[in-house]
Design a protein around this ligand. Structure first.
Ligand code: AMP
Length: 494
């Protein structure tokens, strides 16, 4: 997609802001959504964070609101015209910051309100008058009740990350908020997946929406090289190290399925001389901020994390993602590998498949609608193991149904007979044998934007024999004050 912003005839202040951001061509969601939003039609867009969807809705929205632009100091001249709702404070803050940049050369005012911090400064901003209000549902309702926010002149409402808002249980809040808005308005809904719940929401609140599906739900980024290696559990760390070395990778995410496994793996990788830190729900917010910041600055090479870290991160250029454990939910695979290969950058996703993972791999295969080839890994020290041909472990499991001996190096996973589809935001399926996989995680803490360390910040990776460095500082947007454990608020389960 090479559509350029100049084709849009954006107003000069917006075009200038876009040029200043360094955007040259539109991302697919922008190329599709902007012309539609400019016509004022409702949109139902399937797009994840990192696809450029914030600009996709905010640029045309700003363009259409420019007719109201004025320099009056009277709050009455600056009623809320556009409302953008997001599930978490970090996402809200991230989107609000972007909107401010796009609106920089206009007279349009914008602000953000979210919970966990003092209402007073937000109230002052609202009372001054803002055309664009970015909010999380709960705090917005507080402001509505306190009569700080009046929404009867809203022309546009954006339900961003709608699937996650439903996951978190915001539906009643959304319904209440939407009841305060004029019926005559444009509604834009963005969601990573179009689950039945999302479709129901859309059918209740959107009018003849245009559906835009550029990054189709459950599709993995085409720029990501996806490799699956069969490996024994005890060889997994060796495999990770070898891939890092062979590919000359500086940093990577390593995903595991449990908090305990996360801490344990981080410790053993650290013991083996890799600069590693762990991110999971048991860490305090301060610890997590520090870990994330250290990773961003390049002081940490490997971030071992649970799925809480997988969603919503605005990550650029993380060169590789390892699925140390195959995720219990196939959808988490898509979210995990979405951390790499973003915005056109090439990425590598390596999934370590142990003998008991066959069924999970088959779930992934079904979800991404691509055949998965599980390769034997060639260890440099000449100790390759192919567990599918490895004596006692190679017994045919009734559920795995793997043909043996047909090909030593590549096994194809047959499709399962049952056609149960993984469901977005739904309870994960129970695996046979009574094991309950973790709930899909929803930890808003991890909605921090991530920028890859720049050249000066980046240090040689620890597998390239650099001395260890220690994370010292954490920083987030000035709007976010670490106050309490967000994970606890949302009852994060892993
Ligand atoms: P979003 O999906 O809106 O969170 O955007 C993800 C990242 O892509 C943000 O850092 C944006 O600044 C960036 N971005 C958005 N649109 C473009 C574009 N057309 N070209 C380059 N980067 C972009």
């Amino acid at each position: 997609m090479t559509a350029s912003f100049s084709q849009l005839s954006l107003a000069e202040p917006l075009a200038r802001a876009v040029a200043e951001m360094g955007y040259e061509t539109m991302t697919p969601i922008q190329a599709e959504a902007i012309p539609v939003v400019l016509t004022g039609q409702d949109v139902m867009g399937a797009a994840q964070t990192g696809t450029g969807k914030t600009a996709a809705f905010s640029l045309p929205l700003l363009q259409r609101l420019l007719k109201h632009e004025n320099t009056s100091t009277s709050p009455a001249r600056h009623p809320v015209r556009a409302l953008v709702l997001l599930p978490t404070r970090e996402l809200a803050d991230q989107v609000a910051q972007q909107i401010k940049l796009y609106a920089k050369y206009t007279q349009m005012r914008s602000t953000v309100v979210f919970g966990g911090i003092d209402m007073k400064p937000q109230t002052l901003e609202l009372k001054r008058g803002v055309e664009i209000l970015v909010a999380t549902p709960g705090r917005l309702l507080d402001h509505i009740e306190a009569k700080n926010a009046v929404l009867n002149q809203v022309e546009y409402v954006v339900l961003d990350e709608a699937d996650r808002m439903l996951d978190i249980g915001f539906l009643p809040d959304l319904q209440r908020i939407l009841s305060f808005l004029p019926k005559q308005r444009t509604t834009l809904l963005f969601s990573a997946t179009f689950s039945p719940e999302i479709k129901r929401l859309a059918s209740s609140y959107l009018k003849d929406p245009i559906t835009i599906e550029v990054a189709r739900p459950n599709e993995t980024a085409s720029t990501v090289e996806q490799r699956f290696f069969s490996v024994q559990d005890e060889d997994k760390r060796r495999l990770v190290k070898q891939v890092l070395q062979q590919r000359g990778l500086k940093q990577a995410f390593v995903f595991v399925n449990s908090k305990l496994g996360c801490a344990r793996l981080a410790r053993s990788l650290e013991r083996e001389g890799l600069n590693t830190t762990a991110l999971h729900g048991d860490k305090s917010q301060d610890e997590r901020l520090k870990a994330l910041e250290a990773f961003k600055k390049g002081e940490v090479d490997l971030l071992v994390c649970t799925d809480v870290a997988a969603r919503g991160l605005d990550i650029k250029d993380v060169p590789a993602v390892f699925n140390f454990d195959v995720p219990f939910n196939a959808e988490d695979y898509v979210h995990r590998i979405g951390r790499t290969g973003r915005a056109g950058a090439a990425g590598l996703a390596v999934t370590l498949v142990s003998p008991s993972d066959t069924r999970l791999v088959s779930d992934i295969e079904k979800l991404i609608k691509n055949k998965i080839e599980v390769e034997a890994f060639e260890f440099e020290d000449g100790r390759p193991r192919d567990h599918f041909n490895d004596g006692h472990r190679a017994e045919r499991h009734p559920e795995r149904n793997i043909e043996q001996g047909s090909d030593r190096h590549t096994e194809r996973y047959p499709r399962r007979r049952d056609d149960a589809q993984p469901r977005a935001g739904a309870e994960p399926r129970e695996r046979r044998g009574g094991f309950k996989p973790a709930q899909p995680s929803r930890d808003p803490f991890f909605e921090q934007p991530y920028e890859a360390p720049n050249a000066e910040q980046a240090q040689a990776a620890s597998w390239e024999a650099s001395p260890k460095s220690v994370a010292t500082r954490g920083s987030v947007s000035a709007n976010i004050k670490p106050k309490r454990k967000v994970a606890a608020l949302f009852k994060t389960a892993e």
